[in-house]
Design a protein around this ligand. Sequence first.
Ligand SMILES: Cc1ncc(COP(=O)(O)O)c(C=O)c1O
Length: 388
Amino acid sequence: MIAKPDSKTQGFSTRAIHAGQEPEPATGAVNVPIYASSTYVQEEIGKHKGYEYSRVSNPTRDRLETNLAALEGGIAAKVFASGMAAINAVATMLKSGDHVVAGHNLYGGTPRLFNQVLANFGLSFTYVDTSNVKNVEKALQKNTRLVFLETPTNPLMELCDVHAISDVSHRHGAEVVVDNTFMSPYFQRPLELGADMVIHSTTKFLNGHSDGLGGVVVCTKAEQVEKLAFLQKAAGAIMSPFECWLILRGVKTLAVRMEQHDRNGRKVAEYLARHKKVQKVFYPGLPDHPQHKLAKKQMTGFGAMISFETGSLANANKMLRKVRVCSLAESLGGVETLISHPATMTHAAVGPEGRRKIGITDGMVRISVGIEDVDDILADLEQALAAI
Ligand SMILES: Cc1ncc(COP(=O)(O)O)c(C=O)c1O
């Protein structure tokens, strides 16, 4: 008998292609079917094949959850309708009176959810520069239950030391959650560094094709899984079977996509760093990035997310109007190069004062380098930057 593949000893690409993606037993279909069924027939009261109603569980969703848990090295994963729905689910595992320490430079939608929605339900939030572990330690209170991190941050590309922050937080009884959207599990696995849960907007690199929204929480403890499964059932913000299938399809090529994103990302960052009209480049792969050493320690690649300073809103607009291969659009992590303006797009909700405090300027441009031929991306940037 052939031994069942062990998802712990297999390589990353093998897990991406096979974990949860076993052929469908009834027909042998190599791809996981889209189980487009809201309900499931029961033989008698309480006797069924494990599925009753698709808000609670769905076979396509189960397969994706198995797959993503295997990629991040968690015990289980729960998927939601968007990255924000996943973040909301984690926050609603808390209760009124609980406190959260969060990075001061998160994706703009995260503090919007925390400050404008969840603060009304008795949760409190302290934002600190998580690039220094001491700031996290100082902010921890008796009632701190969660430390919420992004590394690298969006769009300033600051890193935080997940291992050191996890140590400090655990000593104070708080769990650490890392939004790993920018790196994907291919380049960074926060659970191996000591984090307790990982979140992704699967909308980005995991799906990889800019054709579906989703979010995932990967867990390390049975009680986290239980709470999140209950929240899927109780609050209902689950991922649809079709979106699950898109991600199951997308992750099969995650490793090769990430390798190409990384190769192109490094070349674009080096090009921008040499360009006379670019005042500053934010990319952990550049040797002058303040946390380049930490990047090499906790990530296995530098990825494709780069921010750079054009000097003013007018300059940013002049170049962004000219791009042709790069698409001026929100989002990131697709095969196509996406270029965006954080101050008016991802971080508009943070407000001018909030952006000034953390250093997001009106001249800052963010690029999610795709997997096109890099010479075409560089030529496009060259002609667009000539407009400044
Ligand atoms: C780092 C990060 N986390 C979370 C989100 C939210 O994800 P979604 O748009 O899928 O709700 C985003 C969206 O851009 C993001 O960039």
